[in-house]
Design a binder for this molecule. Sequence first.
Ligand code: SF4
Ligand code: ZN
Length: 372
Amino acid sequence: MSTPATLRIGGPGAGEAPGACDRCGTGRAAYTRKYSGQSLCTGCFRHSISRKVAKTVSKYDMIRDGGRVAVAVSGGKDSLALLQIMHEMSQRHNFEIDVITIDEGIPGYRDEALGIVSDVCGSLGVGHRVYAYKDLFEVSLDEALGMRQPQNRQGARGMSSCSICGTLRRRAIDIAAADVGADAVATGHNLDDMLQTFLINMLSGDTDKIAWMGPGGATGAAAADAGGHSGANPRRIKPFCEIYESEIVFYAFASGLPFQQEPCPHMNEGIRTEIREFLNSLESERSGIKNSMYASVLRIVQMAHGRVATPGLRETGGPDGATTTPATPATPSESTGKRRSSCTRCGASCTGGAGGICSVCETMARLGRICR
Ligand code: SF4
Ligand code: ZN
């Protein structure tokens, strides 16, 4: 894919920006950040994203010196952009990366993405392994969805396509990360994803999951398995957590990344799409409101961890000067008081769901299967 001189990307925060780049003064401005008024050429824009990611990684101590990071790459714009930036960082710093891809088993959807990821990894010279639900759990997502009882397919019982898929994916990522010997797993979750997940948890009454929603890393709130699986697993880190989705889209186009455009056929079954549109409409009228909300989400995550008794963390200039930094590190188990144990069925480390079984075994039981 070639890089157009000027890109018109729809959505809040993006816009055509005539004139010279505000940073280098010579390039033609191609992107305007509405929340700051800054217009940048494609080169300066890409550089600004790389710098912002590096700052986020550093601020939260996301990557250990000499560490190994498993980059979870689905083939979408976020994860391929993340791979590009993590690869550049690994060339300049002392850590290594491996790419892991989870194949859910959704006919006609993942095949294109697998080819794209394989090609990109080949051109970067990065190791790539694929982990399929069918191999790990003996059922593909498609088969699992077909096993649901009709009354369990929607709503509060948590058997929506995405809830099953998410539960299996978290475990698959843990297995994959252990397999490649990674001490951290990087995912492409951006700021919009964080806000959407926060609102979904609030609206569905899953307030316990909010405590697990941090950016990850040693000084960020650890992002373990919201379904209760934690323990000796690699840390989940989200290097894009302070970047708008619209900026990732522009970065991917400006970098010529050949990302998959076909959406998952299940993506509109949940409430996430409606929340995304709601937040985008707010942002289009009130530039920067997502940054403000993200700062609030971080505070609430930290309070959920018991790190602060009352609101009032010191401001340290997070996403565009609007976030906070936790005063002291804490592990999820210390701060939430949840004790880790082993699932009584599969033996996986978890915080113990109903009957002492983990979220994966619980899901499988509800589908009428017994975990190995
Ligand atoms: Fe899985 Fe839902 Fe994502 Fe599709 S949209 S890949 S079902 S989590
Ligand atoms: Zn420039």
